[in-house]
Design a binder for this molecule. Sequence first.
Ligand SMILES: *[C@@H]1O[C@H](CO)[C@@H](O)[C@H](O)[C@H]1NC(C)=O
Ligand SMILES: *[C@@H]1O[C@H](CO)[C@@H](O)[C@H](O)[C@H]1NC(C)=O
Ligand SMILES: *[C@@H]1O[C@H](CO)[C@@H](O)[C@H](O)[C@H]1NC(C)=O
Length: 694
Amino acid sequence: MSLLPRLWALALSLSLIPAVASRHESLFTSSVSYCADPVALFVQQFDIEYIAHNSTIFFNVSASTVEENLYASANLMVNVYGIQPINITLDLCDVLGGALCPLPQYNFVGWDWLALPDELDISSQVPGIAFKIPDLEGYAQLQLIEAGTDTVKACVQATLSNGWSTNQIAVEWASAGLTLFALLSAILQSWGSASLAAVRLLDLLYLFQVIVSTAFLDLNYPVVYRSFALNFAWAVGLFAGSSSRSVQASIDNMRHKTGGNMADSNTGSAVSLVNRALSPYNQVATVGSADASGDSGSSFSTSSFGGLLAVPKSLAVTAINRFKRGFVTAGDVQTVTTSSANVLSDGIPIYTNSMHVGTANAFMTVFISVLIFAAIAIGILALLYGVLFLLARSNPTRWSRHKEMYPLWARAWGIRLGLIVLFPVMIFAFYQWTLKDSWLSVLLSVILLLVVLAGVGSAVFFTLRTAKQSRPSALYSTPQHAQSLGPLYMPYREPRFYFFLLVLCLVAIKAIFIGFAHASGPAQVGGLLAVEIIYFVGLCALKPHPTRGADVLAGYLSLTRIVTTGCLIAFIEAMGVAAIPRVAIGLVMAVIYSVSVVVMAINILLHATLYTGLWRRKPTDSDEATLREDKGVAKDETYLDSEKGTPTSAPSTAGWRPSAEHAPSHARYDPSSTMHVRQQSYDLDSTTGLRTHA
Ligand SMILES: *[C@@H]1O[C@H](CO)[C@@H](O)[C@H](O)[C@H]1NC(C)=O
Ligand SMILES: *[C@@H]1O[C@H](CO)[C@@H](O)[C@H](O)[C@H]1NC(C)=O
Ligand SMILES: *[C@@H]1O[C@H](CO)[C@@H](O)[C@H](O)[C@H]1NC(C)=O
């Protein structure tokens, strides 16, 4: 019974071991950009790594200095979490034995390892946590300032990383694997109209989508939280552009031919384009932070660092001699200043560009994912129908009922797929409308949105019409409805069947706030918080689920969303929360969501193993008895009538016994599956809100 979770944990830990073991403590540059238009120094590649255990610097640099007779001073500034532990300015004529005075005109192209002399003792200067904390937020900035004129001749910024991140391939695969498992168990169970597994599948996907959507707002997220949310990007149909370059290139092409002129998908790191006021740069120009930087800067002042740079005279010569001369082109390194147009604002732009998907490509990427998803679903449904068709021909008595049930079952899955894609499609379609980019993207977004809304809307319409024309109980007691429209209202008990309306409205409102209100982070947070609180109040007041357990689970997930949405307040730029508290809050949010994912995983695995366990159990006498009883009342004829919707099958008069409602399909499917339904009747029947009298 506990085998599956154990295997799961084993697979997870196995996949993590090599990643941990092969990692040595180091700090390296993860992206590079100019912070002023380059005049004297061109950089094409700037990979520098400090390896702690043997105190070695690895560099792989391609850069050139082009200005003649440049006597300059260099300012090196390091900003870590908004604190500036290093801000030193040195006259280049005073250091490295004058090797850089004047700045030699060189093309530096090359890579090497340099063992640092022991005198430097960098490891004692760098706190150990810098090598461990995930998604380190820091950058180094080197400025060359011409002596005399004080003009900035070069300004290069490089972000720092230690290789740790909350964005892990293993997590992506584990979450996708869990979803696949939930999907399989939902498909197997969904022959019964009231499949709990299918309900949990939607819950799980919605949870992933919510996690992603909380990283879509116009807020100053700590990198650690955005990386965490990137793990679940697949749940909204975003797949990394790096793994499908050609798709992104085609979308770029399509946009440019249809009036789109926004930036293409990037191939390099999006971090270099992030607005400098945001994480990981945290360049806040407020008085408070300037004071803070002054304080911490003094602890690591020029005097203690100047001597340090004066030491390695031989080192400088070695380093310079090891560079090969080569040709350096302008390269991809971009100039990013506060006034340049290429900066990425927070929310969807930074999120999608982190995956190498351009801001204006986001909707089209989701669109293509939805198309592929729909094509796969239609293919599988058609395949299953073909199999059933053949089976029904070879063994009509056993399989023809299934064939007749099949359209209902397929429709239910169609509704489920519509519910799954509804939230992301709304978010990205709305967002695309605000971009004023390619008209074709907008047209396709309108079409896709209309198709999805029509699918879900028609199901809602038929549900409400049935509830109005007969009674809500007809929704649950008529297999025709329960089998096909069930995904909407089956999670709720009969008197509260309409609760799905509240859920759908709130999801739509969330998508509107995320898609349209992206100019104002506070409005987005306020809107989402209000929606989550309304949902929680509705949940507490109506207790819509048939079991206490289901209500508790929904309440727990709702509270999770309220708390994490509340935490987002700290990320509002105007709040000016410092980087370290924001990172702490981001970590707490990531932990809260991780726990909820684990809770969902346990729930799904428990139900799946309970299911398989009962599946294999031998029939007992009482099971046989109920089976005979079911056959005895010749349920099949009645069932057929009701399936065709003939008037004689009106739920109140058809003579249905609620206890037999799932039974016909299962009885024909496999005798043991009937048992399963009966054994699990507490769960299943209570999920449907049916009261079993058997
Ligand atoms: C230092 O360690 C790194 C990685 O472990 C290795 O690649 C490099 O060659 C080492 N440097 C020296 C000078 O031994
Ligand atoms: C240095 O960078 C170049 C260009 O990106 C790359 O081809 C080369 O393999 C790198 N060298 C090392 C040792 O990583
Ligand atoms: C770094 O120090 C210099 C003076 O040495 C000062 O002018 C500059 O504003 C400081 N930089 C930052 C980012 O605080």
